[in-house]
Design a protein around this ligand. Structure first.
Ligand SMILES: Nc1ncnc2c1ncn2[C@@H]1O[C@H](COP(=O)(O)OP(=O)(O)OP(=O)(O)O)[C@@H](O)[C@H]1O
Length: 599
């Protein structure tokens, strides 16, 4: 396996073979003289968790490479390394004084850091019409982890899992001091997330969204807040809240990432979720003592994320100094890669961020599957927190026993506490949830309309919320009162029961409707029509296919999950604000659903 250390030599060897290969070589795609020159100007930095980081000497080289040979590079690297690779390409920063060697190193590191961040957060590229960089169409973006050198060394020790040294195992102790800092949300909620939006007399609210990597779309949600990876400064082992230092504690509350709308107060309980909700409350009341770890699983869209955030809020309400952090496993992986790029200080800081917590909440842990080095680090973080009686809460779309490609030692840890599942809610509960959502968003929706919507789908609250939003938006736009007949117009084709929609069906309909090919949808084109079609496709897939943003990104040409999140956010907003888009959306939905019924 290629380690991050090996990557520069692997790259050098690859480039040499490629540029000297015959035009009809079976091993390498044909390369033009210009592409050859581009290739030779790239510097390899690292490959971690399936992301290969390269830097270019200038913007021009960077952009040309993205345009001309990024697909070929991914393909060739994938063959060479034996697993799918996503490219992260950035411009190597220049230092003003060439003699200042250290300055140059630092700026190179910054460039690398940016490179990883750019690679991992590509939604802004889509937003601004810049080039995207991705592996060839149909290839997954990040599926495999190369262990960092330290981790590999630890494995070669042959020590067992518990006693293995992690890359972060030898770190300085924490100096004492208080930990509480003001809640970022308290200060930022208004600025970041608009309040209820009144559309023509209606009451369509816009909720905050803070789930950076795999946030399920709420129909009232503005997904503009894609969280940035964290960059901090020094590393420490686990300590108790009472002894942690002020200086070291700035991160915990600022970075807790709790969505203010997801509390126990806004969570509706019923037979389907009573037990997990009670377990979550117990954990918030007695972190580290009640059930540790608490593992919640269930189908997408049934409220796991909501419960996870609620634990964090309630725990902080009961004990304001508690250090809490909510993170998705994808975000954690991204931070880990950034930390590796940042060198020892950043790695130490990464460790501090996680091991200095009293309550660590990790959502969608299934995405850790296949990411070996992140798993390795998480294993040590888990042990450190657990041994210090600090609480860990995890969620997944499946029980630990079905996380088949997760390392056994991690799976065993997950199974060591309380495992509980959120089930599909009954009609009463679904109605109560919709009523709560309407009330929270200031929309007055009659009970019979709530029942009508709630009875159309039982497997995803997210989908029901989507239908509710559309009904409210439709009535606002047309000035009609919210009645069953108005709801029927909107909902009849978007929530038919017993119809399974696949991403392939969505793509077929999108291709026909916009007259774009599959290659165009999954390719790099930035032509407006194709971008619109692609964004509609991603959004509709997210709405109807119960697929994570990561999986959807893979289907659409190996794009990053943040690109999908961006598309979702944009479409959701457009549907609520623009009648033409709303109608287009209705039409597409109708076509997709009727295609699904024909199969
Ligand atoms: N019991 C409930 N009470 C109130 N809202 C709920 C409830 N269950 C689900 N929801 C709402 O449904 C939406 C989707 O829920 P959530 O994101 O928590 O699902 P999830 O199970 O984490 O999905 P995924 O597995 O895709 O991450 C959210 O807006 C959430 O507030």
């Amino acid at each position: 396996m290629t380690t991050p250390e090996d990557f520069p030599s692997v790259w050098a060897n690859l480039v040499t073979r490629w540029v000297t290969a015959d035009a009809d070589s079976a091993e390498f795609p044909e390369i033009t003289p210009r592409s050859r020159s581009l290739l030779q100007q790239l510097d390899p930095v690292v490959v971690v968790d399936g992301i290969a980081v390269l830097t270019a000497p200038s913007n021009w080289v960077c952009n040309e490479t993205k345009k001309k040979i990024s697909g070929d590079i991914s393909e060739v690297l994938e063959r060479e390394l034996g697993y799918p690779v996503t490219l992260s390409l950035s411009v190597k920063e220049r230092t003003p004084e060439p003699a200042a060697e250290r300055a140059s190193e630092q700026s190179h590191e910054q460039g690398v850091q940016q490179g990883v961040q750019q690679g991992l957060q590509r939604d802004s590229e889509t937003a601004t019409g810049q080039e995207e960089l991705r592996p060839p169409a149909g290839k997954p973006s990040v599926t495999r982890v190369d262990a960092p050198p330290q981790v590999v060394a630890a494995r070669q020790d042959g020590a067992d899992g518990d006693r293995r040294h992690s890359v972060f195992s030898e770190l300085p102790p924490v100096p004492p001091g208080p930990v509480h800092t003001p809640d970022l949300w308290e200060n930022m909620a208004d600025a970041t997330f608009p309040g209820p939006v009144d559309t023509a007399g209606g009451a369509v609210g816009v909720q905050p969204s803070v789930r950076p990597s795999s946030e399920p779309p709420s129909p009232f949600t503005d997904h503009s807040a894609v969280a940035e990876p964290v960059t901090v400064t020094a590393g420490i082992p686990v300590t108790t809240a009472a002894t942690a230092p002020a200086a070291a504690a700035t991160h915990a509350d600022d970075e807790n990432r709790l969505n203010p709308k997801y509390t126990f107060d806004t969570f509706v309980t019923g037979p389907s979720n009573q037990f997990p909700a009670a377990a979550c409350r117990a954990v918030a009341e007695n972190p580290g003592k009640a059930y540790n770890p608490l593992f919640i699983y269930g189908q997408p869209g049934l409220g796991k994320t909501h419960l996870l955030h609620a634990i964090g809020h309630y725990a902080r309400e009961l004990k304001p100094t508690i250090r809490v952090r909510y993170v998705s496993s994808e975000e954690m992986t991204n931070e880990f890669i950034n930390a590796i790029q940042g060198g020892p200080l950043a790695l130490d800081q990464f460790k501090r961020n996680y091991r200095n917590l009293d309550l660590l909440i990790v959502d969608d842990i299934q995405f850790l599957q296949g990411k070996e080095s992140t798993q390795e680090e998480f294993f040590h973080t888990f042990n450190a927190l657990y041994q210090a009686n600090h609480q860990i809460v995890l969620s997944s779309d499946r029980p630990p026993s079905q996380l088949t490609t997760l390392e056994d030692r991690l799976r065993t840890r997950f199974e060591g506490g309380l495992t509980t599942d959120v089930k599909t809610p009954d009609l009463e509960t679904r109605m109560a949830i919709l009523a709560k959502k309407s009330q929270l968003n200031g929309a007055e929706v009659p009970r019979d309309v709530l029942e009508f919507i709630a009875s159309r789908n039982e497997s995803s609250i997210r989908e029901l919320e989507g239908a509710l939003t559309r009904v409210v938006a439709y009535c606002s736009m047309t000035g009609e009162p919210i009645t069953i007949s108005a709801a029927e117009v909107v909902v009849k084709d978007i929530l038919p029961q017993d119809v399974k929609i696949t991403s392939e069906m969505v793509i077929e309909v999108i291709s026909e409707h916009f007259n774009v090919s599959l290659d165009q949808l999954t390719g790099p084109s930035k032509v407006r029509k194709i971008v619109t079609a692609r964004q509609f496709g991603m959004f509709l897939t997210r709405e109807y296919c119960e697929m994570s943003t990561t999986k959807i990104g893979e289907v659409y040409g190996g794009r990053d999950h943040t690109t999908v999140m961006h598309a979702e956010k944009k479409m959701r907003k457009a549907i609520q604000e623009n009648t033409v888009i709303f109608e287009q959306f209705q039409e597409l939905t109708q076509k997709i659903k009727s295609r699904a019924r024909q199969r």
